[in-house]
Design a protein around this ligand. Structure first.
Ligand code: ADP
Ligand code: MG
Length: 259
């Protein structure tokens, strides 16, 4: 598998002098083309920092992230980002929000409409196409943000706890939809979650991080077939991988003192 995203010794600190704080310590991680990795770890272990660096929204203090072999230098259309906090344009309708990213592509108005309609349908928002974000619940706003990111069809999806605001049932539906589009369109996905079940259900590999300083702790392969189904979710093999991830996340040795 060729490497799509390559974290090479990536560190990031915040603040200066004695107040300087190491949020991410020498992350080395290769994500393959078409791979689905999930990232778990305690709050503050640098998950979002790592993802924001890959997205080009944050500069590393040290090291580089390569995408397709080229250093990241700002955001790009091949990398779609979905944040935990839905980032919608409040003055645009659901449909206009979903169409927004398509405007820079050479598509007719009609093609844009069709693509937007497809993704609004996928996330169950067709009936709210002309609604403004302020009329939507939190979960609906997040589904709108997801539809907008999917519509652009980026080769890489960077998702930072995207389903955290959704109720349990919607969440499972969104997981299955994401796996379905990923299976068909072979995107590369980096997906942060605090839900260990979700991490195992979705991934080829689970990246476990540790805090103080934020760092890679363990990479756990998920040798379960796709498509993932309810019977896989309920299988002893699933339980055993979930237990291993759980242990890696919650039974961490005292952090090594650094600097
Ligand atoms: P996670 O996503 O794993 O919860 P983050 O990557 O958001 O963790 O943050 C890692 C650490 O860096 C945290 O301690 C956080 O407070 C700190 N941090 C993140 N962003 C900033 C910032 N812009 N300024 C100062 N500290 C930050
Ligand atoms: Mg975070």
């Amino acid at each position: 598998m060729t490497t799509k995203i390559d974290f090479q010794n990536v560190s990031r600190h915040f603040g200066a002098g004695s107040g300087s704080f190491l949020a991410l310590d020498r992350l080395n991680l290769q994500i393959g083309d078409g791979e689905f990795v999930t990232v778990v770890g305690p709050s503050g272990c640098g998950k979002s920092t790592a993802m924001n660096i890959a997205a080009g929204l944050l500069k590393p203090s040290d090291g580089t992230v390569l995408v397709d072999g080229s250093p990241v230098d700002g955001p790009g259309p091949e990398r779609g980002m979905i944040f935990q906090q839905y980032a919608l344009f409040p003055w645009l309708t659901v449909r206009e929000n979903v169409e927004f990213g398509l405007k820079i592509q050479k598509l007719t108005r009609r093609e844009r409409r069709e693509i937007a309609a497809h993704y609004m349908d996928l996330v169950g928002l067709s009936d709210f196409a002309e609604a403004l974000p302020k009329m939507l619940s939190g979960g609906m706003k997040q589904r709108c943000a997801i539809a907008r990111a999917y519509a652009v069809n980026p080769k890489i999806l960077l998702m930072d706890e995207p389903f955290g605001a959704l109720d349990a049932l919607t969440r499972v539906t969104m997981q299955d939809q994401l796996l379905d589009t990923w299976g068909r369109e072979r995107r590369t996905v980096m997906f942060i979650t605090h839900d260990v079940d979700e991490a195992v259900y979705l991934a080829n590999r689970v990246i476990v991080m540790a805090a103080r300083p934020g760092r890679l702790k363990e990479i756990i392969p998920v040798d379960l077939p796709y498509p993932r189904t309810e019977s896989i979710r309920l299988s002893p093999e699933f339980a055993s991988i979930r237990n291993r991830v759980w242990h890696a996340v919650y039974h961490q040795e005292p952090a090594a003192r650094v600097g």
